[in-house]
Design a protein around this ligand. Sequence first.
Ligand code: BGC
Length: 284
Amino acid sequence: MIHVKARSSPYPGSRVKRFPVPDGYVSWSIPWPKYEPVDYTADIIKAGPEWADPDFRMEGQSEHGPRFNAVDGRIDRRSFQGCYELDEDKLPRNPMGRTGITSRGLLGKWGPNHAADPIVTRWKREAGEKVIHELSGKPILQFVAIKRKDCGEWAIPGGMVDDGELVSATLKREFGEEALDSLTASKLEKDLLRTLFQSVFSKEKAKEVFAGYVDDPRNTDNAWMETVATNFHDDTGDSVGQMDLQSGDDAGCVQWSDIDQKLQLYAMHSHFLKRVTDLWDAHW
Ligand code: BGC
């Protein structure tokens, strides 16, 4: 895989243009003396929110520096891609190669920034029967999709793993925050949602479809996104499959979307959905 979104300009939320990196120069193993990446850290990261690392390059920070490639206190700084290298400034080096930007951009952590993506699916049905796609001859899956407020793209309702949090907890929390509008639902509806939610998010139902580096537009040479995408499938449609969906949290809209290869989704989300269709032998 060679990253593409991680080389796109402008950098999200800014006018910053990355140093252009042609395909042939992505790999760090190709020497490129003329490489002059732009140094960029977004103001929100510079302001030092509690979820972000300090700027370890500043004087006096070095002896308290992070333990890379390890579980560092409450922060997991290991990569799913294996051991990553540190550059001459002792900063993590993006395992997939050059991006045209150094420092962290919008990302809080140096090195891997971990996310989790819950893919909740049901079969598309009409009058109780599974709908078969006329070309592939296979049944169609639907997943819970949200429209991201930051970029307007449709996406899986995922989010960042908090420090010290288990991925299994992030999957539930993010789905709850982004896809279930707990604020506008009545008490009765909320109780029902909670019960349905517990049953579909069980360990037995969880099927991991991806764990690794994500080609994300926020990646830099020193900070990048990784995610665990997990499928929770309601085969009979009588659990979360019967859920009515409304928007909540930082998601603009939420709906059941048919899964098809034509879907244009955020970051690498359509790649994860392809794996889900393989798992259930569904239409793609
Ligand atoms: C998103 C996830 C996504 C990850 C990597 C996170 O901010 O919430 O859905 O997979 O970034 O792109």
